[in-house]
Design a protein. Structure first.
Length: 494
């Protein structure tokens, strides 16, 4: 049997981090088992579903690399099949017409609601229309009385299934109400729609959040009523906010959106790696995995039962998202093969209008060497156009703290660095060894420390207080650019 899984988001907002992890686990399981990863957009909530949300979800999935193996299914297109399933159950006496006025069915301020009667009488079957004869039921419907269609749940027995994460799950029928399948306006309800679509899509494994565990019992009843085999369920631990509360779009905003990380310069490979460790482990010390390694190692039995925590501090810019996500992205930026990183850097420089076509032609070697040099202290792709801007443009910012500490604190540098520039310009071979010789020479002459010269030069050349070896920075920027910046007065006037 070919494994078939589905990711089924509701388009009521962007792709949430919890939903993204659900998609990831589905994708990894499908690929690990040689199966199919399918996508279903559950857009039946017409009041809340938007095309903008659908687009945002698809963009998030595309960024993460989760392309569905078959055509995307839009649940709203299947409403006729959902209604047909409800009518089939009605015809087989597995469902009944409920003529209870809408306000009484849903509760609220109405004291005679079905839910309140059930609670009071400890009887989920307390509905006067449940055992109405077919003739009486048909007469009321023909007379135009509005009705919902409910599943007729047996009075004794229990639902049971083996969850791949949480083990045996059982629930007594007395704890489950007669499920509404169709509203009085003919609108199919969630549990019916989900089951019908999963049957139609031949889904073998339903992998989703733990918050759907209660729904699983209701859905098992519908599978059984329709005479269909239920899938294997695997419910995932939740991802909680730092205060151990629910992580939500409404409360926590953009920090839980996938497009936020894409736009902030995160690498999809790194974020996938971070996501998978929120609730799963391969049972080893290793934390950095390639996508192929994740596919090879992923299994449902290594999913944790305990909820994961997504740590961040909305009031601290340095910890705006989980520290581990930032650390992992930095590891990828610093260690991934340079040939794999270059296209991402190119895209970032293009977006910042710093890209030059020469970087793929005459200056290709210089560009690759420069990217390899400066990436060691970077955390995101944005750093290439931010902290690394001085390597690609003459228009870069100066860190005032670096200027004050490493330049203005030593007024003599205004003369010394100009002299250093003149000596650099006088040499024919502007190489590492020659640069080092000249710097040592001027350091000894001025009876100062090499750090004073180097730190001051770094502030003028890059605008920063830290970075790669200055000998390499001199060589990378080249004699002309180095000389011009060492003589520049811009930083001194800040």
């Amino acid at each position: 049997m070919t494994t078939r899984v589905r990711f089924a988001p509701s388009p009521t907002g962007y792709l949430h981090i919890g939903s993204a992890r659900t998609a990831l686990f589905n994708y990894l399981f499908a690929k690990h088992t040689g199966g199919k990863f399918l996508l279903r957009i559950e857009d039946t909530d017409l009041a809340r579903s938007t095309s903008e949300s659908t687009r945002s979800i698809l963009e998030g999935l595309e960024w993460l690399g989760f392309a569905p193996d078959e055509t995307i299914v839009y649940q709203s297109n299947n409403a006729d099949q959902h209604r047909a399933a409800a009518l089939k159950l009605l015809a087989e006496s597995k469902a009944y017409l409920d003529f209870t006025p809408k306000e009484d069915r849903t509760g609220g301020d109405v004291k005679t609601s079905i839910q309140e009667k059930a609670r009071a009488n400890k009887n989920q079957r307390d509905n006067e229309f449940r055992d109405l004869s077919k003739e009486e039921s048909d007469q009321k419907a023909a007379a135009g009385e509005p009705f919902a269609i409910r599943l007729k749940v047996a009075e004794t027995g229990k639902t049971t299934f083996e969850d791949a994460v949480y083990g045996l799950q059982e629930r007594d029928y007395t704890e489950i109400e007669d499920l509404v399948l169709l509203r009085s306006d003919g609108h199919p309800l969630y549990n019916l729609a989900v089951v019908c679509d999963d049957i139609e899509m031949q889904i073998t494994h339903v992998i989703r959040g733990q918050d759907h565990l209660t729904n699983a019992h209701k859905q098992v009843l519908i599978y059984e009523a329709l005479g269909a085999n239920k899938p294997i369920f695997a419910h995932l631990p939740l991802i909680l906010a730092p205060n151990k509360g629910k992580l939500s779009k409404r409360k926590h905003g953009a920090v839980v959106s996938m497009t936020t990380y894409r736009d902030a310069g995160f690498l999809a490979a790194a974020f996938r790696n971070f996501l998978v460790l929120l609730g799963w482990s391969a049972g080893e010390e290793k934390e950095i995995y390639t996508f192929d390694e994740l596919i090879e190692k992923f299994s449902l039995d290594h999913i944790h039962k305990n909820n994961a925590v997504f740590n961040f501090d909305a009031n601290d810019a340095k910890h705006w998202t989980d520290d581990k996500a930032i650390w992992m992205n930095a590891e990828y930026v610093r260690t991934m093969p340079i040939a794999e990183l270059i296209p991402f850097v190119k895209a970032e420089l293009k977006s910042a209008k710093l890209w030059r076509d020469e970087y793929e032609d005459d200056d290709k070697t210089w560009f690759e060497n420069t990217v390899d040099l400066i990436r060691q202290r970077f955390f995101t792709l944005k750093d290439f156009s931010g902290q690394g801007r001085a390597y690609f443009s003459e228009d870069f910012d100066f860190d005032q703290a670096a200027i004050d500490k490493n330049l203005k604190k030593f007024p003599d540098l205004k003369i010394w660095l100009t002299e250093l520039a003149n000596r650099f310009e006088a040499v024919e071979d502007f190489t590492h060894d020659e640069i080092e010789r000249i710097v040592k020479e001027i350091t000894e002459e001025k009876q100062t420390k090499m750090g004073v010269i180097m730190n001051g030069a770094r502030a003028l050349l890059t605008g920063l207080a830290v970075g790669p070896s200055m000998l390499t920075v001199f060589e990378t920027l080249g004699k002309e650019k180095t000389g011009r910046r060492l003589k520049s007065q811009i930083a001194w006037n800040l």
